[in-house]
Design a protein around this ligand. Structure first.
Ligand code: CAA
Length: 390
């Protein structure tokens, strides 16, 4: 039987996240956007009420929530402010390679750091010359004695300025393409340098930084998974986190739709509220379908993970569709507002700016299509378990 009913626990989680987004995020979201202000107070509060690090298993101090619950939270954060939401959710991206490939001691130490205090971690994959093409990375890790020595630079790192530790991908065999990449956990105190905070079009309450490693030494046991298996660890991580990004995109689209619905009932043109005009009704109808369809794709991608199944295709369907829909819905919301939609005194232009990154980070919409095409033309075993490491 296919059943889209949430459990009581999942409903409670969603309500908690919605309440948090309503009371703590929404009232300050547009103000934070203006000056690109880092929302430390909200990070502290979200951590206190248990809305961060939700996937950390109980043995490491977390709530051990399922992936679907995580997506319910991310939709509400996206509805409140996706910039703040990205700041609150990025630990999930950073911690996944540790959960998948870390030793017991590494998990205890680094996951414990996140659950004992409101600390942050970042996922450091992208480089100036290696965006969609992960294998093109130039950061290196060299084994010297019982240490790894890292050199290189990473860009577009969410929470990069504030993180206490980083999951870092580096070449351990320069000539082996994707088979020469390894993953590491790197504490900030090992000597990570924060070079630059980006000034962005949208999601301005999130921190995006360039970081670098100049002879940064870490102990040998900070390698995650096997040497030269980091590429797959990154792909397995993204399979697990893209549904959450898609959920945030659904949240943005839902917020834009709600603003457009309310405005269309108030704004009078040609003697009636514009909601009475079919041209507006059809835009609202398309928004509603996109929100609904996006959410169903998210729930499917997350449910497969919760069943221990591989979700690569479902994850890319969800990310591609929800991100593109968020862009379309927010653009149409600006259209419903007419000229006012273009003015910063009204709420929807921020949502349109925020939506754009959804088509870019954690794999562009074109990369999602590439994955979808490959999985459709040359399907991998759909039921293959979401193995810990490959
Ligand atoms: N799970 C497990 N293994 C996988 C996999 C998956 N989902 N996808 C690929 N692999 C394996 C393949 O089976 C293959 O294995 P073998 O070597 O054993 O044959 C290997 O990985 C290489 O696969 P491909 O040939 O498909 O690799 P590719 O070089 O063509 O790249 C890609 C594929 C889909 C383009 C990938 O590089 C990709 O996803 N790029 C986008 C990167 C991305 O999303 N970056 C965002 C960074 S995170 C972020 O945005 C930061 C933030 O802070 C928000």
């Amino acid at each position: 039987m296919v059943d889209f009913t949430l459990t009581d626990e999942q409903k409670d989680t969603r309500e908690l996240a919605h309440d948090f987004a309503t009371k703590e995020i929404r009232p300050v979201a547009w103000e934070l956007d203006k000056e690109s202000t880092w929302p430390q107070e909200i990070v502290n509060k979200a951590w206190e009420v248990g809305l961060m690090n939700t996937h950390v298993p109980e043995e490491y101090g977390g709530a051990g929530l399922d992936y679907l619950s995580g997506c319910l939270i991310e939709e509400e954060f996206g509805w409140g402010c996706s910039g703040v939401g990205t700041s609150l959710s990025a630990n999930g991206l950073a911690m996944t390679p540790v959960l998948l490939g870390g030793s017991e001691e590494i998990k205890k130490h680094y996951l414990g750091m996140l659950t004992e205090e409101p600390k942050l971690a970042s996922f450091a994959l992208t480089e100036p010359e290696a965006g969609s093409d992960v294998s093109g990375m130039r950061t290196t890790a060299t084994k010297i004695g019982d240490k790894w020595v890292l050199n290189g630079s990473k860009c577009f790192i969410t929470n990069g300025s504030h993180a206490d530790w980083y999951t870092v991908y580096a070449k351990t065999d320069k000539d082996a393409g994707h088979k020469g990449i390894s993953a590491f956990v790197v504490p900030r105190e090992a000597g990570v340098t924060v070079d630059k905070k980006e000034d962005k079009l949208g999601q301005r309450a999130s921190n995006t930084a360039t970081i670098s490693f100049n002879d940064v030494e870490i102990p040998a046991d900070h390698l995650l998974g096997e040497e030269n298996h980091g590429f797959k660890l990154a792909m397995q991580t993204l399979d697990r986190t893209r549904p959450g990004v898609a959920a945030a995109a659904v949240g943005i689209a839902r917020a834009a739709m709600e603003f457009a619905v309310d405005y269309s009932k108030e704004r009078v043109q040609f003697g009636v509220p514009i909601a009475m005009h079919q041209a507006i009704q059809f835009m609202i109808a398309d928004m509603a379908t996109k929100v609904e369809a996006g959410r169903l794709l998210v729930w499917q991608a997350a449910s497969l993970l919760d069943q221990g199944k591989r979700n690569t295709l479902a994850s890319s369907h969800a990310k591609r569709f929800a991100a593109d829909s968020a862009m379309e819905v927010t653009t149409d919301a600006v259209q419903v507002y007419g000229g006012y939609g273009f003015i910063k005194d009204y709420p929807v232009e921020k949502l349109m700016r925020d939506a754009k990154i959804m088509q870019l980070y954690e794999g562009t919409s074109q990369i999602q299509r590439l994955v979808i095409a490959r999985e459709t033309l040359m399907p991998r075993k759909a039921q293959e378990p979401a193995a810990a490491t490959a």
